[in-house]
Design a binder for this molecule. Structure first.
Ligand code: HIF
Length: 288
């Protein structure tokens, strides 16, 4: 058996994956004219964030390392409603690249979503190793959209972010939309939900937002058209004076937003991950 074990391949699984190829294959999965606004990019970004945003810096639990978001009960937490759609879309790539971990696949899908929809490049490292269901985090670690600035701070400070980083992250709500059958909320934040822009900030500041008249949960719509929405938690960035300083900055300076978002999103995807020492940092080129 000594002989046999000597001949075993000792290369760790994460080193056997060509991540540039995975990037390209994820990018090829984005477009689908029959899905939502035509792209899986936004829901991939949400998957990457919800896989990572369970991190608690005090207990050093949660985060993307174990990809516990794919297991019940975490997969069934209310905040994660609808993310099975994103995981199912990515599953063929897990089969194709057997050596990639789910944690790496889900976070890389978030990078692809941001970059291929026109956002900044986001540094990314491989080497997360998956955990089983017993490592699932308790419910309640992701933000409740019905609440305000104090709650948003509680949640993101727990992960280790400061006000500027939180304000930079929230710009991702330029992407995608709310679905009544997932969160109960309804509608996109702006007119181009499949393009990464600083429109979250410009729309938030420039529009008059009024409570939507409906039977659903409290949310806001823009006054002239009613076509766009804000969550109560989004509105907190306009009313809270310390958040508002950064909202104004990112509304007038898209480059600063892109730089700050890139750094904060990369940090989010790495929360709680112990990378192998020789894990390289990638900066993938967006495809043409
Ligand atoms: Fe979201 N977010 N998010 N979010 N989110 C939703 C959708 C998206 C919050 C709540 C919601 C972030 C922070 C917060 C994206 C990305 C990010 C929805 C609607 C809710 C309710 C889900 C649905 O019905 O499909 C709250 C309360 C947050 C704290 C402020 C991050 C910064 C903005 C961290 C982030 O990156 C994306 C993308 C979507 C769109 C998903 C889609 O399917 O289109």
């Amino acid at each position: 058996w000594y002989f046999y074990s000597k001949q075993q391949d000792e290369t760790p699984a994460w080193k056997k994956v060509n991540y540039q190829n995975v990037y390209k294959d994820i990018a090829d999965l984005l477009e689908d004219e029959n899905y939502d606004d035509g792209s899986y990019g936004p829901v991939f970004v949400r998957l990457a964030w919800h896989a990572s945003g369970t991190y608690d810096k005090k207990t050093r639990t949660g985060g993307s390392a174990g990809a516990t978001i794919r297991h019940a009960p975490e997969s069934e937490h209310g905040a994660n409603a609808g993310l099975n759609v994103a995981r199912r879309r990515l599953e063929p790539l897990k089969q194709k690249y057997r050596n990639i971990s789910y944690g790496d696949l889900y976070t890389l899908a978030g990078v692809v979503g941001v970059q291929e929809l026109g956002g900044p490049t986001v540094q990314w490292r491989p080497g997360r190793s998956d955990k089983q269901a017993d490592a699932c985090t308790p419910d309640g670690r992701l933000p409740d959209a019905a609440q305000g600035a104090d709650h948003v701070r509680d949640i993101f400070y727990r992960m280790g972010f400061d006000d500027r980083e939180i304000a930079a992250l929230v710009g991702a709500h330029a992407l995608g939309r709310c679905h009544t059958y997932r969160s109960g909320f309804d509608g996109p934040w702006n007119a181009s939900p499949t393009v990464f822009t600083n429109f979250f900030y410009t729309e938030l500041l420039e529009n008059t937002w009024v409570p939507k008249k409906w039977d659903g949960p409290k949310q806001f719509v823009d006054k002239p058209t009613g076509a766009f929405m804000m969550l109560p938690a989004d509105m907190a960035f306009k009313t809270d004076p310390r958040f508002r300083t950064y909202i104004e900055l990112y509304a007038r300076d898209q480059d600063t937003f892109f730089n700050d978002f890139s750094a904060a999103f990369a940090k989010l995807l790495e929360l709680g991950v112990k990378f192998p020492e020789d894990a390289p940092t990638y900066r993938f080129k967006p495809l043409d």
